[in-house]
Design a protein around this ligand. Structure first.
Ligand SMILES: *Cc1c(COP(=O)(O)O)cnc(C)c1O
Length: 329
């Protein structure tokens, strides 16, 4: 295994390594199906965001920040993880959320509020057109109040956050060796693209035979090809001596988004129920269930020949509860 890559500073926040679990799932019986259990990076910190935040928050602390500002949808897993980590580290937290504040908070929003985050909600159009200004207005307000704010972009996907899944690729390579997994297909959901960027870059280094498949849950495939290259070039600009390489080993499919981001459809809800019943693994309706369904369809269509298929479960459990109506059987 190459050891040429130097990592930036990181604070240990996630429970690592997460297990690589073999799933017995009828639909892919001729292959081995594995689940990288990144839903187990923590209880309240479950999911992929905490891996990225290990690097992003090290950067924030190094810059002397005392307040985190970040953004996302009303049920953002990333905002929930950031709010809880801010509480853990004794930092303030301002969340800029997309949508109308509901009268009673549920799921991730409830947890973010419990963690003491200041929550500001904005109508969808205003959020889409003015997000950078909204973030800077909050930063300015906090600076005027004597605080030192640090803005974390959507999903902590940037040139710093990408290290979270480069490090995960290194962790996977060790597990692949232990399980005699040779040239796997590694599948993840793509939301803000940082997980995909990190896995593609990290695996092209630590396991060059691996292929990576990103299943889009919001924007189209072109967006994610662009995002991966942007995040990795931001990373190279920031850490010029770190020897990051350009990945050529990944594909994005955008056929499983359905009506839109965070909008489910029957196959998605059925996927959650079927997997839970057969394996005890529970997917979330916004990201992982769409990605898992997309993966099964791609395998059914014989788009990939890998004998070992590794699904990266990126978390999202608290997204189940606001979808209780669609998920009740
Ligand atoms: C944010 C998120 C993703 C998407 O990861 P990105 O790095 O933003 O593409 C996938 N699954 C869950 C559960 C998430 O919260």
């Amino acid at each position: 295994m190459p050891d040429g890559l130097a990592y930036p500073d990181r604070i240990s926040l996630a429970q690592l390594p997460t297990p690589l679990q073999c799933l017995s799932y009828p639909a892919v019986s001729e292959r081995r199906l594995w689940c990288k259990r990144d839903d187990l990076t923590g209880c309240l910190l479950s999911g992929n965001k905490v891996r990225k935040l290990e690097f992003v928050l090290a950067d924030a602390l190094a810059q002397g920040a005392d307040t985190l500002i970040t953004c996302g949808g009303l049920q953002s897993n990333h905002c929930r993880a950031t709010a809880l980590l801010a509480a853990q580290l004794g930092l303030g937290c301002q969340l800029v959320l997309r949508g109308e504040q509901p009268p009673i908070a549920d799921g991730n929003l409830l947890l973010s509020q419990l963690a003491g985050a200041d929550v500001s909600c904005y109508p969808v159009r205003r959020y889409h057109h003015h997000l950078p200004e909204l973030l800077h207005e909050h930063a300015e307000r906090l600076r005027n109040a004597g605080r030192k704010p640090y803005i974390i972009p959507t999903g902590a996907s940037d040139g710093v956050g990408v290290w979270g899944y480069i490090a995960c690729a290194q962790e996977l390579a060790v597990q692949f060796n232990a399980e005699a997994i040779r040239a796997p297909l590694v599948v993840c959901a793509a939301g803000s693209g940082g997980t995909l960027a990190g896995l593609a870059a990290g695996l092209s280094l630590y396991c060059p035979e691996a292929q990576v498949l990103g299943v889009a849950v919001c924007d189209d495939a072109d967006y994610f090809y662009r995002r991966v290259h942007e995040d990795l070039s931001a990373c190279r600009d920031r850490y010029p001596s770190f020897g990051l390489i350009e990945p050529k080993n990944f594909t994005v499919v955008d056929d499983y988004i359905g009506p839109g981001y965070a909008q489910g459809y029957p196959e998605v809800f059925d996927t959650i129920a079927t997997l839970a019943r057969h394996t005890g693994v529970v997917l979330d309706p916004v990201y992982t269930a769409k990605a898992f369904y997309g993966m099964l369809e791609q395998l059914r269509l014989d788009k990939f020949s890998a004998r070992d298929v590794v699904f990266v479960h990126t978390g999202g459990i608290f997204g189940i509860y606001p979808e209780r109506t669609s998920l009740s059987r």
